[in-house]
Design a protein around this ligand. Structure first.
Ligand SMILES: [Zn+2]
Length: 282
């Protein structure tokens, strides 16, 4: 497996900085597995080591039980330079992000159930509901389905990465980038917790509330000050809140039909019930 290796490359791969990155990747792998964000050999992690050089996880290994000696060194095209196990086939998707976004230091890909459920439904999570999501993650697009690890997968993810730190992969999972391996992992945690909260909230029979456009603007200002990207920075409050997130999820009065002016015939006064829901454009 080891090719093109010279003493300099080997020294870099065994340097103090590389050692820290390898340990952090193994630790984040344990967290991914412990939180059931990855199953079997699923998920992968990568981190920038030097210009054009990246450390990444190997293929066909549980991310919960890796040791630093199992990790790989690849170049910016995904060619494996060092490491005793073959590198992940999905490294090309990571590199699409790392090559497109210079400030991205690390990428984490996983299959957390709640975020993946939105990706399977083809439904982009609506905004204006929880501050944590607005400040630390922003909006989450869904890249159309492509064969995992294929050049086509890289092609659909690359243009989304400069504006989005958390990207759903249609019918597949979630991929996030950050300023460190842990930072990228935090985006995975926040995105999945958000999706999970929405799924649970949808089961509670009540009228739902959302955060106003003016308040979300304040959260986006915090996001901007933290140096994170978001295409809504120049939007007005009314643009940000143009869509009722609950309406988008099919909880609008127009779709309930329960005695409030529509025609389901139940005769019950329940202001918002589940209806159609809006699908993302694929
Ligand atoms: Zn995957």
């Amino acid at each position: 497996m080891e090719k093109k290796s010279d003493k300099k490359m080997l020294a870099l791969f065994n340097s103090k900085e590389a050692k820290q990155i390898k340990e952090e990747i193994c630790e984040i792998g344990r967290r991914l597995w412990a939180r059931e964000y990855v199953d079997a050999n699923g998920g992968n992690i990568s981190c920038r080591l030097a210009p054009g050089l990246f450390i990444c996880t190997p293929t066909l290994v549980s991310k919960g039980f890796m040791t630093p000696d199992m990790l790989c060194l690849v170049d910016d095209k995904g060619n494996q330079l060092l490491g005793k196990i073959k590198r992940s086939s999905e490294i090309t998707t990571h590199l699409a992000i790392l090559n497109a976004v210079p400030e991205a230091k690390a990428v984490v890909h996983a299959h957390p159930v709640h975020a993946t459920a939105f990706a399977v439904a083809g439904f982009e999570p609506p905004t204006c509901l929880i501050p944590e999501m607005e400040v630390f993650v922003g909006t989450v697009p869904i890249a159309p389905y492509r064969t995992p690890g294929s050049p086509q997968m890289a092609d659909v993810v690359a243009p989304l990465a400069p504006k989005h730190q958390s990207i759903m992969l249609g019918n597949h999972g979630l991929i996030c980038w950050g300023k460190s391996v842990e930072d990228a992992y935090f985006k995975v945690e926040i995105t999945d917790a958000y999706c999970r909260t929405l799924v649970v909230a949808m089961s509670i029979p009540t009228a739902f509330t959302s955060i106003s456009g003016d308040e979300v603007k304040k959260l986006l200002e915090m996001r901007k000050n933290l140096g994170m990207p978001d295409h809504r920075f120049n939007w007005s409050a009314s643009q940000i809140a143009a869509e009722d997130p609950w309406e988008a999820m099919g909880f609008g009065e127009s779709s309930c039909g329960c005695g409030c002016g529509c025609s389901c015939g139940s005769g019950e006064k329940s202001s918002k019930k589940k209806g159609g829901g809006k699908k993302s454009k694929k």
